[in-house]
Design a protein around this ligand. Sequence first.
Ligand SMILES: CCCCCCCC/C=C\CCCCCCCC(=O)SCCNC(=O)CCNC(=O)[C@H](O)C(C)(C)COP(=O)(O)OP(=O)(O)OC[C@H]1O[C@@H](n2cnc3c(N)ncnc32)[C@H](O)[C@@H]1OP(=O)(O)O
Length: 147
Amino acid sequence: MQDVIKVHCFGCGSLNERGLQIKSHWAGPEELVCRWQPQPFHIGHPGVVYGGMIASVVDCHAMWTAMAAHCRDSGIEMDGTALPFAYVTGKLSVSYLKPAVIDQPLELRARVVDKGERRSTVECVVLQRGQECARAEVIAVRVQPLA
Ligand SMILES: CCCCCCCC/C=C\CCCCCCCC(=O)SCCNC(=O)CCNC(=O)[C@H](O)C(C)(C)COP(=O)(O)OP(=O)(O)OC[C@H]1O[C@@H](n2cnc3c(N)ncnc32)[C@H](O)[C@@H]1OP(=O)(O)O
């Protein structure tokens, strides 16, 4: 999706050469997946991914999950033309369940579990080698497009 909507966002922006360049894809009727390979400088404790990086990747993937689900529900094409809304993070809550090692990719699986008028609650699991290493709940709020 990030290939068609080009933004500068640190998490997903293809226009941000210093960003994480994450990409989110539908992986079933309700779930979006994102795979991200940590780099050696994303380290916290020796050999372990810094937790704040995991939160960043979760944050961005959750916003795209909210946006993609809303576009699907509203019949809006994500074809690269400017969208009439944006999603911002209202709340981000991460439970770190197991250390994530620095040299293995992370897989994020997210879905919208509840939706209000402008709020989407997104649940995201973070897997490494098939094991759940973190779980998050994210509140995404739909706003007018930001300049
Ligand atoms: C070709 C070009 C295309 C361009 C397309 C552009 C699209 C770009 C696409 C992709 C970009 C990449 C993706 C981005 C990723 C980055 C993510 C970030 O880093 S975001 C920055 C950090 N977050 C902020 O800066 C928010 C700061 N906070 C605020 O602005 C407000 O507090 C805001 C908007 C969150 C809420 O304020 P209110 O006054 O508008 O709305 P109220 O009435 O308070 O809440 C609305 C709903 O949200 C819930 N809500 C709000 N905050 C909540 C919270 N903290 N906890 C729980 N619920 C909350 C409320 O309960 C309400 O829910 P109910 O609709 O009634 O169900």
